[in-house]
Design a binder for this molecule. Structure first.
Ligand code: AMP
Length: 397
């Protein structure tokens, strides 16, 4: 039995899961938070419901990784470091360098450094995590799994912006998309549920969480996706605007006498979306509750969010020349039966009927369209960590 660690390193945090492979069972999960800040905390869940948490002073990711591995030994989750044969890391942006998951050798480390500008908040932290684990576990294969890699199959007409072509030629400005690991995972589950080969299907995956993106999957490959050069574009999100006419931003810069465009990008990332419209809430549970209680702007925020999702479903249905299955996943997609019901009802003209009973079930993958529906709709629990572990296991072989 091989043990594979699946890691998501942020600038001050480190989340992980340990899988026994090839059985794909989770043997432990946890996180290290506030690394390099006051009161760093390590938390580990393991066994049958056991939990460990402790404040552990660490200055950086290297120290955090060392403490984490020692705790895994103390708690007898692993008997020795050698049991861990691979560590898979989530990396947010892979630019055009990475079309699939890779073993991180020094050359790939250099290429990841070149992508820092594409995800300045995430990629440096991701690489810090990779280096910390490589130092602590030199025998384990280090693998990078990129959020953007799945979308590298998009055709040119879907990834190019209609801006001066030199922007792409000289500076690689294009649509990269995001959530690729999630879209890839749920698409494979959908194919299993539909009992058909993925390569024969036209799917639309709706990853609806605090960040949200829609992906058209044709012939088993990403064909188009709603996020763009960065994860700011596409559908309305918790605090991100989604698509906006850039002239409106330039106009507001003049009105507000803002000199620095980065300040506007901050506003579009953190003060917009459902928060911007409602003025109060970014969490869809709060939005739905307030809308129910008669708050018009909360109602409007939800309507605009749902409308933007439907816009993309419509666009992708036409671009692919049809659709066999629509997938709802991530925080809102998996948990909000109201949002699923509302969106599915608006898609009735596609020959979709909602299965109200199935739509209320929780915690498992299920069809939420009735068996006679022309297009099948599925609620699927995403599992990016599992896909990272699978890729790592396969590359470590
Ligand atoms: P994620 O980014 O995938 O973790 O999704 C987080 C978001 O999912 C939260 O901000 C909520 O808006 C949403 N969410 C989680 N649980 C529910 C629920 N039961 N009903 C509606 N929305 C939910």
């Amino acid at each position: 039995m091989k043990k594979i660690l699946s890691v998501n390193a942020g600038s001050s945090s480190l989340k992980f899961k340990i899988f026994a492979m090839p059985a794909e069972t989770v043997i432990a999960s946890g996180k290290f938070e506030r690394i390099g800040i006051e009161h760093p905390l390590v938390e580990i869940k393991y066994g049958d419901g056991q939990k460990f948490s402790e404040e552990a002073k660490v200055k950086n990711h290297s120290e955090a990784v060392q403490i984490l591995l020692d705790k895994l030994l103390d708690l007898k989750i692993i008997a020795s470091y050698d049991e861990i044969s691979g560590v898979g890391h989530r990396v947010v942006a892979g630019g055009e360098f990475f079309k699939e998951s890779v073993v991180v050798d020094t050359n790939n480390e250099r290429l990841i450094e070149k992508t820092f500008e594409l995800a300045p908040l995430h990629n440096p932290a991701n690489l810090m995590g990779i280096r910390a684990f490589k130092k602590a576990l030199p025998h384990a294969v280090a693998v990078a799994v990129f959020d953007t890699a799945f979308h590298q199959t998009m055709p040119e007409e879907n990834y190019l912006y209609a801006v001066p072509y030199k922007w792409y030629e000289n500076y690689s400005v294009r649509r990269y998309g995001a959530h690729g690991t999630s879209h890839r995972y749920v698409a494979s589950v959908a194919a299993d549920m539909l009992g058909r080969p993925l390569k024969d299907l036209k799917l639309i995956s709706c990853h609806l969480g605090a960040g949200a993106s829609i992906c058209a999957i044709k012939d088993g490959k990403s064909f188009n996706t709603s996020m763009g050069f960065t994860p700011l574009a596409g559908v309305t999100m918790a605090t991100r605007s989604g698509d906006v006419d850039f002239s409106a931003v330039a106009y507001m810069m003049r009105k507000l006498k803002v000199k620095n465009v980065s300040q506007m990008v901050e506003t579009l990332n953190h003060e917009s979306g459902m928060l911007g419209i409602s003025g109060k809430y970014s969490d869809s549970r709060d939005i739905l509750e307030a809308a129910e209680a008669g708050d018009h702007r909360a109602y409007l925020a939800n309507e605009i969010f749902e409308r933007s999702v439907i816009d993309y479903i419509g666009q992708y249905t036409f671009e692919m020349g049809g659709v066999d299955g629509i997938i709802f996943t991530a925080g809102i997609g998996e948990n909000s039966q109201e949002t699923r019901e509302s969106i599915v009802k608006k898609l009735a003209f596609l020959g979709i009927n909602l299965d109200k009973v199935n739509n209320q079930t929780r915690g498992k993958n299920t069809f939420i369209s009735t068996p006679d529906s022309k297009v099948k709709v599925m609620r699927i629990m995403t599992d990016e960590e599992l896909l990272i572990a699978r890729d790592t296991f396969n590359l470590a072989k």
